[in-house]
Write a protein that binds this ligand. Structure first.
Ligand code: CA
Length: 189
């Protein structure tokens, strides 16, 4: 190698190092750039179940706002739902529904299914509405999608929405009587 060629060796080494650094940078950065994030899930007009005012409950039932973003399947608004930990048949919880204007409305609920969830019945102002809903699934936690409970004449003021645990699927797992509600829509008609 002649003397005038020798200084060119350094740029080659720098170039090689640059390629190595770019490769390493891409290697460590790429997984974060491509990490899948769920799109924001929105249901128009939804009242979050986790924000509803709890009017009362049976002594053995406990509830909490549970994050849902780690559930691999299903979609929930605000990445959370109202998780009802009922302990037995006939456990219940009541929510206050503020109705600003009297009128006819369709009531849609969005619930959660799991392998240890029970069968629940909704009541509105003391009357059963819709069929009992079996929230058991053999698969991992997921959402039910929209369930329409019916159409009702709602008076202005506060209506009472009640959930009662009425049973369990024979295949469901212990502790059998849990349930979850993402939210509800009071659809004026
Ligand atoms: Ca929610």
């Amino acid at each position: 190698m002649s003397a005038d060629q020798e200084p060119k060796a350094l740029p080659y080494i720098e170039g090689a190092l640059l390629i190595v650094f770019v490769f390493l940078g891409a290697f460590f950065t790429f997984p974060y750039l491509t990490e899948k994030t769920k799109p924001v899930f929105i249901i128009p007009g939804l009242i979050e179940a986790e924000n509803l005012q709890v009017r009362g409950k049976s002594p053995n039932l406990f509830f909490q706002i549970q994050p849902t973003k780690d559930f691999p399947n299903g979609s929930w608004t605000k990445d959370s739902h109202m998780f009802g930990m009922a302990d037995r048949m006939d456990d219940w919880i009541e929510f206050s529904l503020p109705i600003s204007q009297a009128g006819k409305a369709r009531l849609n609920v969005y619930l959660t299914r799991s392998n240890d969830y029970g069968i629940i019945q909704f009541l509105l102002n003391g009357k059963k509405i819709g069929a009992p809903v079996d929230l058991w699934t053999p698969d991992s936690v997921t959402d039910t999608g929209k369930i329409t409970l019916g159409e009702f004449d709602l008076p202005a003021g506060t209506s009472i929405l009640r959930i009662e645990v009425t049973g369990k699927n024979p295949k469901n797992e212990s502790p059998h009587y849990f349930f979850g509600m993402d939210g509800l829509v009071i659809e004026k008609i």
